[in-house]
Each structure stands twice: as C-alpha cells, then as structure tokens.
Design a protein. Sequence first.
Length: 752
Amino acid sequence: MVNRRQLLKISALGTASFAAPLSYSASNITMAYNTGNAIGSTSPKDLSDNARNLDHLVNGTDASYLDRKGVPRKSWKGMESEHNADQSRRESEFDADQSRRDTEYAADKTERDTEFAADQAEREVDFNTWLDASGFENPPLTYVDGNPLQVARVTQLVARTGNLYTVRRPASFPYTLTGTWATDQTHLVLRNDQSVRQDLAAITGAGMSGYRRSAFSGSISNVASKLDSLALSPGDFAHLVVTKPNPADPTTWDWIPAYKAMHAAVTTGPVKAVAISGKNRLVGGLDPTLYEWVGVTFFFMGGAEIVVDTPTGDNSGLQIGSNCTFYGHVTGSVINGASNGNGFVRTAICIGRWWDGVEVSNVSIASLKLTGMADGTAMAIGGNTHGVVIWRLEMGAAQLGLMIHWSGVPNNVTPEITYHPHDIHIGSLIGSGFNEAMATASACYDIRIDYINGQNNYRDFMHIGGDFGEIYAFARDAGRVCKGISIGRITSKGAIYRSVDFNASAGFVANIMQGELSIDSMKATGTGSLLSVGLRIENRESGRIGFADVSGFANNIVQVNCNGGTDGELRSSGATGQGIIYSAAKHVRAEQVRTTNDNQSAAGGVGGLNVNATCADIEIGSLRVATNNAATHGCVLAAGSSNIRVNQVGGSVDASRALLVDNSAANTNRVGPCILDTGAASYSGPDPYASKTARGNVIGFGSATATSGPVKRGDIRINTLAAAGGPSGEQCVVGGIAGSTAVFRSMANLAV
C-alpha cells in the first residue's frame, strides 16, 4: 500500500529536470581512425569510431566521454548520477516542507479545539439558562426517603415535603437519585418560585413589581434607588388621593394630597425636578404661603393641564418662587368659584410673594395657555419679583388675563413699603374675550413684551401707574416706577374700550408720576364704541412710538398730560370723534402724522388732529390730513396752545373748511408751508403779516382772487379755471388781509 507521503514523493520525482548539468570532466577515448571528417560522413572508418564511442557512452563508468569531434558528451552513467543527486535534494526539501506543514496544522488544530471547547461551554450555559426559564412538567415525581428515584428528563420536577426541585446541571439523563437526602440535596435546585420568574420575564411582568417612591439617598445601587433619582410626579403619590369620582379616570380625581406630598418631597429632598402630564384637578387650590415652589424644574408633557376647581381663601394653583424653569407646554385654568377681590390669588399660576415682599427671581417659562374665572385673574406676577421670562403666553376669556402688579406690606391699602415687579420679559402674548384687560402692568418698570395679539378684549394692554408709587416705594424701586415699558408689535382687533392704555399716575393728582412707554409698531382696529380709544398715553415723559396705525375708535390716538416723547409715524383713520388728540401735552415730537376721514360727527368744528388748550412745545414734522366731513377742519390748534410747530401741512378738506386752523390768540405757534389739494383755505388763523413768524407760506386753490382772511407775502393761489393763454394763478407781494391790505399779482400766463 502506497501512503500519502510516498505518493507526494512520486509526484515530485515525476517533475525532475535533466537540464541542469553536473560538474564533470570528459574522459578521453582513443579513436581508431580519427579521420576528422565532417558530421554526416558515410566513411566506414567514421562508423567504426562512432560505434566505439557509443559503447563507452552506454556502458562506460565515467560521467562523460569525448565524441569523434572532440566534444564532451554525458554518458548514461553520468546522467543517472546527476538524476539521483537531484532526486535526493528534492526529497530533502519536500520532507522539510512537510514537517513544517504538519507542525502548523497541529498548532491550528489545537487552537480550534480550544475555541470550540470554550464556545461549547458557553452554549451549554446558555442552554441551561434557557432550560431554567422553560416550563417544567407536571405532575412532579415524588421523592421518598430511602428509595432511589430515576429522573428521565431535565424538565421533570421532584417533590419533597411541599417543595419542588429539579436536577442541578450539568448532569447526564436519566439521572438516579439515591434516596439519601443528605447526598441528593446537593444535586437538586429549589424551583418553588419558577412560575413567578416566568411571569416577571413576560412582557407584562413589570406590572407585577411594586414600587413606592422614597427619599433619594444620592447613590444608585438598585432599581428602586434609580427610580427615586428621577423627576417626581403626582403619580408617585397617587396612593394618597382619596377623592376619586371615577376611580378609572384620574382626570376626575382631586390631586391636592398628591401635590402637597410632592411639594414636601421636592422641598426637603435632593431631587428638584417635577414631571406633570395629563389633567390634574386641584379642588380648592393650594395655599401659596405654604406651597411655594422654589428651585424646581418642571417638565410638562402629554397635554399637561392644571385645573384649579372652586378655589377657596387665598388659594391658587402653582405659586412659583425663585429659580424655577418650565419646559414644555402647560394649560392652566380656574373653574367654578368666584374672586375674593385679591387679584394675586385664585389664579392658575402666580409668580412672586405678594404677601411679604421676599425677593423672587430667575423664572423661565416656555409656553402657557391660561384661563381664569369670569370675575378673576388667570395669572399674576407681583411683589418683589424680577428676572422673569415667559416665551409664549396665550390666554382665554376671564375678567383679567395677566396681572403684573405692585404689592404693599403689610397690605395694599395702608402700606408701609411697596414692592414693584421689574425686569419682566414676555415673548408672545395672545388672548381674546377679556372683560377687563388681557394684560396689565401696574407700578412696574422694565417690562418688555415682544408681541401682543388681542381680539375682542375690553383692553388689550393696560398700564396703571404707581398708585402709592414713589411715596412708599422700596429704595431700589424709587424713581424707577413706570419706566422702561416697551412693546414690540401690537396687533389688535375689536377692542371694546381701549387697545393700549398707558397711565403713569393712575389719576392720582397728588402724586403725578411721569413714565416711559415705547412701542415699535402698532396696528389696531376698533368697533367705534362710545369713549373708546385705540392708543391712550397719559403722563409719559419719554419713549417712542415707532409706528401706529389706529382706526375705528371714538378717538384713535390720545396723549394726555405728557411731558415728553418722540414718535415716528402716527396714522389715524375712521374715528367717530377726533382722530388724534394732544391734551395738556408738552415737549412732544412726532415726525409724521396722517389722519384720514376722522371726526365723522355732524357737529364738526374740530379736526382730524386736535391740539387742545394748555399744550405747548409740540412739534410735528409733516402733517397730512384728508377729511370728507363738511363740518370738519383738517387740523385745529386750540386757543391757549402755544409754541406749536407744524413744519409742513398738506391734504384736502371740504370746500367750506380749512386745512389748518390756528385759534391761538397768543400768536406763538409756527406753521410751515400749507399745500391744499382741495378746500376753501390752506390756513385760517392770526394775521401772518402782523405776526412775527406765525406760519410759512401756503399754496391754495381758487377761481378768483381771495377776498378775505390773512395772507402772507409769498402765498400762492392756483387758478382752478386755468385755460390756455390765461393766468396760472396769483401770488401775494404785500402781506395783509385779502380784499383789503394784501396785494396780489398775476403769475405768468399759460402757454397757448
């Protein structure tokens, strides 16, 4: 039998090459004739020498011989020797390679065997674990002391004295128990809890585990401590809830006991986070003096809603203290019950300790939607509160939406000291249907609202002044109350009384304060209600109205008792009364004023813009008026006004009315050029010739030379019946009274 190694050797031998020569020296053969003839000779002598030479090559013992031409040739003996030497060398190389391959194979096999054994052991462990979790056979085998018992399968149970066991693995089955318990018990595993393990391993198994929150110890070592470290929630204390109108519906429960326990846990424990989801009904509300949330982060999820149901006493929903943050969106509402007269209480959310003036700061709220009682407040910010940011606030119908209000100690009626909220920033404020105001800020300062959008409110935004203001103000607030009120953009529709009402002194004559109000842009449309005002500003000393477009109110824009302020463009249209009014105002500037079809009253007499008595130092850069009321002038400067400057006037009025009427007897007002589109006169007032600089020149229109009224040198009257070749109009060359002392000259004729 030829083995594998011999076959490999034979194969290798079959590939031997005879090309490589060995080192040799050719033996010399004595030629009989040695003719030297050329190859191919047919001479018998050469044939004899060749025969002799072949005999040596075949049978000779030397490795080579010279042929008849003297060239050395390998003999048969030489070729055999060379082949044998090559074969020995190849066999030696083959044996060395084969030995190396055998060694490598043995090493690889050892490694594979080791890996296989390890994998097999791991699979056996996994298999045994799977068996442990698998069901076992019933009924179990009965173990009787003293009697051997054979267990055929790994899934068979063994019963002894009320306990169930299985054979401990690894074991070979069938496995025989000896009947001696002291020996057998070491080979058995107690299985009484196996069914419980299977239930816990099921998808619904987590519902079988009990848990009740405990105070977090600060170290996580098991599942319970991990759960204790997470944000608290009302559900953690649901076991304390007693009132459950519908036990299957948590939205009907009274969560007050859970909220009280949650407040205690977050106040005394290390976890300062609360997660709230779903509807949480708080019957009676929480006492704000006992349940103030301080340093808490709230996470509102899944349509979180806090409902204060039938609040009692001074209770509210959430009383927020310092360093609190709201993430997510929450809806808050107050239902049933009635206000007790304290606007800070019986609200869904209140920020600030209104009862004692302790400082509250650093509050951030992402998104709120609030409604209050018909005669109550939806949300309040009061007391010594600052550093509050509310990014989005939406409110529904109530008496009052957001109330930012000063508070006094010991009370608001006879305070010894007052505190004033400040540094309040609201991103977006949206609401409708409020009986009083959607938002009010009373005796505050540094209040910024980026955007207000109100519809069908009695007021959209109301700022009430200091009341007790500077008299009792805390030292830090003195001199700052009612300052820094800033609104970005206002969009108002259907305001019943006023869209924006700013009053720094709140009518307290004995303590008149001057405030600061700025509005970047405003668009307001009213309903024409009696006494309604779109934008009313009282007791302002600084600030700027960038752009205001107000229409449809009784009076669109009114500034009263103001002592400063520089405005951009003011537009008024469709007012049922006077469009824009300045009353007892001083040191006020407006770059551009435009009124259109204001003062629709049949009584007339007043204008779209009215500067009332006691106004002084008011400057209007450009005034543009247009009215279609036969009883209305464009602009009226009332008797008693002084130092009123209107740099340029233009527009159109009824044929019987004047573009601008100056009734000031003092003759100190200044009016620039008046350009009348249509109407009877550009200007009506003191004699511009007799006065110093009562007004600038005017350009009017008419079909004939003016016969009455004061005229100033340089005034132009355009011919409304102009024709080719006729005069284009006339110009005053000597000021005076038209038809008397004034002198007119015709201007150049028109081309034919």
